[in-house]
Design a protein around this ligand. Structure first.
Ligand code: PHE
Length: 344
């Protein structure tokens, strides 16, 4: 058994040789046990012999064993660090992105069906010389009712339809107040199209308390009911199809005279009659008429010189027809599945 410093030097050499073979966890563990093991480790073994060494050599032997012990411990720790770093790198590697996998497409947003229809309508009317005008959703009685010739006791003013604010203002019940704002603002000739949200106390399968309308207004010299009919037909044929039938039924609005409700042949059955059109073959999509002279007067436009037509269209209705959406609520639930299905 080695009992002097030169033997210890041999130990050190042997240890060095073995470290180069310790390239994985198992061989490192073996190395550590062999040299630093508490029971049979070489260092421990050497230390335990100190007592049996002649006193005059004991000191130098002890020092040499300590040097060996320190060198072995340091190196074993270094090897441990190296192995740990390599193990970490390997596990990072295996968890890393597999570049051969097909990519995940990013979620792409879509344009809401209502916005799609608005865009289309605005584009069609742009081609007919109309520009877009907008107005506030919070309105006052004058613009929403009074200037539009609603009598004081008209049922639409009552709370059952209109959503009032505490200060007496209201959420506009239709886009017609934008007509008033435009006529107060501009001189004829006027040709505007006014898309926007409107509000009514209404909530069932076919009514939502918030919905969308597009208002149209043309004011100028010599504008006739024939112009209204021709404009609406051109519009409906572009929006639906050339084959779509258009019919006007007499109706009443305080702000137009004469007034009409406009039906189109049911796009689902081409007018033959089906469940969607309640077997009538027709669907109502518009209210329209010649601007009531009293409305022109309210806005400082002389009805002896100018005439005009106006119409209002429910956009949600058109979107439901266009995309086959059975329930108006689906339009406002923001369910991604609907939004993904409906693409322009
Ligand atoms: N404002 C009417 C409504 O909401 C629609 C309409 C507009 C009718 C313009 C005629 C002229 O029902």
């Amino acid at each position: 058994m080695p009992h002097d410093s030169s033997d210890l030097a041999q130990h050190l050499e042997e240890f060095e040789r073995e470290t180069s073979a310790a390239t994985d966890r198992a061989s490192w563990e073996q190395l550590r046990l062999k040299w630093l093991g508490r029971k049979r480790g070489i260092v421990r073994d050497l230390l335990s012999r100190l007592g049996s060494i002649e006193p005059e050599r004991r000191k130098s032997f002890g020092q040499a064993v300590n040097r060996l012990k320190n060198a072995v411990e340091t190196r074993v720790q270094e090897l441990d660090d190296e192995l740990t770093a390599r193990e970490r790198a390997a596990s990072r590697q295996s968890a890393a992105v597999d570049v051969s996998l097909p990519g995940r497409p990013p979620a792409v947003g879509t344009v809401h069906p209502v916005s799609l229809v608005v865009r289309e309508i605005v584009e069609i009317f742009a081609g007919l010389g109309f520009s877009v005008a907008e107005g506030p959703e919070v309105e006052d009685d004058f613009h929403n009712f009074e200037a539009l010739n609603f009598p004081e006791d008209h049922p639409a003013r009552e709370e059952q339809d209109t959503l009032f604010l505490e200060d007496g203002r209201l959420l506009r019940t239709h886009t017609s107040p934008v007509q008033i704002r435009t006529m107060l603002d501009r001189e004829p000739p006027i040709r505007v199209i006014c898309p926007g949200r409107v509000y009514r106390k209404d909530n069932d399968l076919t009514h939502s308390p918030m919905f969308h309308q597009v208002e149209g207004l043309a004011v100028g010299r010599g504008i006739t009911f024939g112009d209204l009919k021709g404009t609406l037909e051109a519009f409906i044929h572009r929006l639906f199809s050339r084959e779509t039938g258009v019919r006007l039924r007499p109706s009443y609005f305080p702000f137009t005279e004469p007034s009409a409700e406009v039906d189109i042949t049911c796009p689902f059955c081409s007018g033959r009659g089906c469940r969607v059109c309640s077997e009538t073959g027709w669907m109502e999509i518009l209210g329209a008429g010649m601007v009531n002279p009293r409305v022109l007067q309210h806005c400082g436009i002389d009805p002896a010189i100018y005439t005009g037509f106006a119409f209002g269209l429910g956009i949600d209705r058109v979107a439901m027809i266009r995309f086959g959406i059975p329930n108006i609520r689906l339009l406002f639930d923001s369910d991604e599945r609907l939004l993904r299905q409906v693409r322009g």
